[in-house]
Design a protein around this ligand. Structure first.
Ligand SMILES: NC(=O)c1ccc[n+]([C@@H]2O[C@H](COP(=O)([O-])OP(=O)(O)OC[C@H]3O[C@@H](n4cnc5c(N)ncnc54)[C@H](O)[C@@H]3O)[C@@H](O)[C@H]2O)c1
Length: 350
């Protein structure tokens, strides 16, 4: 007899690398079972979760286990809706990796199924749980930057997948890089700066890589009046090269200062108060950006899992990405696609 929470992980592919340490550090509170249909991945799963872990072939087998109280869905995007609804019907609480689903209709059906079943629905938008990304939010929320005028959020990667990968399928992915991964930046923008009022977007497909776009640029007007520029580039090989591009970059300009987060570097702030005429001079002098020390202890994924498990245990938890909140991020990505298809600025909500 164990008092541990029994949690089922559905899917043991690439992103398990980020989720597994989150559960391993909570092994006194959680017992894990996992479903992964590709048996070639089982040895790696045992390395990540321990030799003793029970591995099932299909996620439905885990949903049929009566003592599993909650599931963490790490499946391809086209399975997020069906797995969430099946989990809700089986009475399991749900954590689903970003992106919540391929479109708002799927998100709405997921929210409704969980509401009807009386289970929680949480989306693992890990950036909101990362202390460096949180540091930028604290700066903005403090008001020290004054009125926010402009946001710039970038995502650079080199995404090359095997010929049979679901990521190559526009239908399975829910589009391309914008829906799949610029949703990190869209979600952060909404979290930092409030809701988006309208968007316009353009994208570029490289057919040798995938059916959906590999490159996308979105311009957003915020309800606050600020402007935002978001880009995703899945075609750069330099993001991890010495002196190459950064993986992710969030920059905010306010009337009284500016701040940024850059992956690999951390979060930095430069305040000039009302003395904007001195700012340029100050920059040339020694007084540059100050690093915000965050004393980071764990990744955003680990911290999200930590809060989710607290919520499952009925403890006080800081879960900031429930289904209703995360649905709005999918809505902005959908609006971006609609903008390009229709060749016009699209207003939100859709
Ligand atoms: N937060 C991040 O930075 C980040 C990074 C990468 C991926 N992701 C997200 O993680 C999720 C999964 O992506 P991934 O890169 O791990 O994909 P993946 O293809 O590596 O893993 C998905 C796994 O699901 C398994 N699977 C498919 N059908 C199954 C079934 N019926 N039963 C059991 N297993 C089944 C596949 O065999 C595969 O191993 C996606 O939502 C993706 O967007 C997030």
């Amino acid at each position: 007899m164990t008092n541990k929470l029994k949690i089922g992980i559905l899917g043991g592919g690439g992103i398990l690398n980020a989720h597994a340490p989150g559960f391993v550090r909570l092994k006194d509170k959680c017992e894990i079972v996992i479903a992964e249909s590709d048996s070639g991945k089982h040895a790696r799963i045992r390395k990540l979760l321990g030799d003793e872990v029970n591995i099932y072939g299909d996620y439905k087998e885990v949903l049929a286990l009566p003592d599993v109280c909650a599931v963490d869905i790490l499946l391809p995007h086209h399975l997020h809706e069906q797995a969430t609804i099946a989990a809700a019907k089986a009475g399991k609480h749900v954590l689903v990796e970003k992106v919540m689903a391929r479109n708002v209709e799927e998100c709405d059906r997921m929210i409704e199924a969980c509401r009807e079943a009386g289970v929680t629905l949480t989306v693992c938008h890990d950036r909101r749980y990362d202390s460096d990304w949180q540091a930028l939010k604290h700066i903005v929320d403090s008001g020290d930057l004054g009125e926010i005028l402009f946001w710039k959020l970038e995502h650079n990667q080199n995404v090359v997948t095997p010929p049979d990968s679901w990521i190559r399928s526009k239908e399975k992915l829910g589009g391309g890089a914008i829906m799949s991964c610029l949703t990190h930046q869209i979600d952060a923008l909404r979290w930092y700066g409030g809701e988006v009022r309208s968007v316009t977007s353009m994208s570029k497909v490289e057919p040798g890589r995938m059916e959906g776009e590999s490159i996308g640029a979105v311009i957003a007007k915020m309800e606050s009046g600020a402007l935002a520029l978001l880009s995703i580039n899945w075609y750069t090989q330099s993001h991890s090269a010495p002196d190459g591009l950064w993986y992710e970059f969030n920059h905010v300009t306010g009337t009284k200062g500016e701040a940024y987060y850059m992956s690999g570097k951390g979060t930095f702030v430069k305040l000039h108060g009302d003395k904007s005429e001195y700012f340029e001079y100050d920059m040339r002098a020694k007084e540059g950006f100050k690093k915000v020390e965050t004393h980071k202890q764990m990744s955003g994924h680990q911290s999200c899992i930590d809060e989710w498990v607290k919520q499952l245990l009925g403890e006080q938890a800081k879960v900031v990405t429930d289904g209703t909140e995360s649905r709005k991020t999918v809505e902005v990505a959908e609006a971006a696609y609609r903008s390009e298809q229709q060749g016009k600025v699209v207003s939100l909500p859709l």
